[in-house]
Design a protein around this ligand. Sequence first.
Ligand code: IMP
Length: 437
Amino acid sequence: MNATVIGAQLGDEGKGAMVDLLGDTADIVVRYQGGANAGHTVITDNEEYHLRLIPSGAVRGNVGIVGPGCVVDVAMLFEELDSLAERGLDPEVYVDPRAHVVMPYHHALDRGEEDAKRKSLTVDTTGNGIGPAYEDKAGRRGIRVGDLTTSAELDALLNDVLPRKQAIATKVLGIDAGEAFDPERLSEQYQEFGDRLQEEGRLLDTGEYLHDRVERGDTVLFESAQGTYLDVDHGNYPFVTSSNPTTGGAIVGTGVSPKLVSDGAVVGVVKAYLSRVGNGPMPTELDEPAAATFRDRVDGFGTNTGRPRRIGWLDLPMVRYAVRVNGFTGLALNHVDALAGLDEVKVCTAYELDGERLSTVPPSSAEWTDCSPIYESFEPWADRDWSEVAAAGFEALPANAGQYIEFVGSELNLPVYTIGVGPARTDTIIRQHPIRE
Ligand code: IMP
């Protein structure tokens, strides 16, 4: 059975660990959106890997594909491949020639656009050029991975687009159009990348390949990056990324039939508390210093950017919306250990807005900001050796944590497939395997 792994909140839910866990049953892992804005951590028995573009499953021997819906920082891709090679890994990684390339000028424009915005509208992007690359794709002036392999085509595209990019940089955004906008330099550098992609045999038609493999009985894992609320259509616009991390993205971002996705499991990865990097409403947000105390207990800083994460209680109206948008078949509830040792544990079950009770998130940011959380409180549980708990299984969880987990599953009317109590591969308790009988 195929599976899709999606963040139910704002990213950083622990999707990498879930993909890694399912990787022992899957043959191929495909990324379908986003780019190097992702930061997926995989901790195997004694190694820790931080991946931004390469699908997480590749470190455990799955075929990894960067699908056509992604935007690819090719320089970063090779950096990742080279650093894995230094650690003795040579993963089978392919890139779709239809995927768009994140060029150096996209990075510069991303930063320039953020600086030019009114503070309340800044998105606090990761600065990886994601928005400008997707803008160029939608504007039909993008450069695709396949274009890097034909020097005449690449030169024609660069010479066409760069004068306009330079003008936007200098005349609109007031930034220096330096080397990142130099057509000759870019042409030389990106042709080399194109040559290397070809020499290493890394180009692949994703949709066709996946259909062939599924016909032969193989299993595909669709790996999303970011989270439901960062989806450009279904997320908290404008505080979103520029792609579709939700289930629909797995179809358009790979080129497979919807049945390949909808006949499989759709795992909603949920963090037992809430964190957010960047601007936007967050009704259950903790004030300082409570947030700082919590942040110090957990890994409260962005994987790529090191920025402090905003912290809040688990917000079920948010997750309910994600369940509907994505059609989750079950949940992976992560970071349950992070709630240990608190005085009380709270979960937001609904909102109050203008005297009305809402069970899910309203579409406008302004309304969402005005929502007051309605909480359910839980008896706390003490900290302990979570690796031992994970080894002993679900019954070894503290009773209060067990109640909390049952409550989340019943409120969302879904099985809780797995419970994460630590970062290592062995720290996930499997209650019901999402894809293995
Ligand atoms: P961009 O994707 O770099 O354009 O950033 C857009 C928004 O998505 C910003 O608020 C980022 O902080 C957020 N974002 C992008 N990627 C991630 C991620 O992997 N985890 C959490 N937040 C992310």
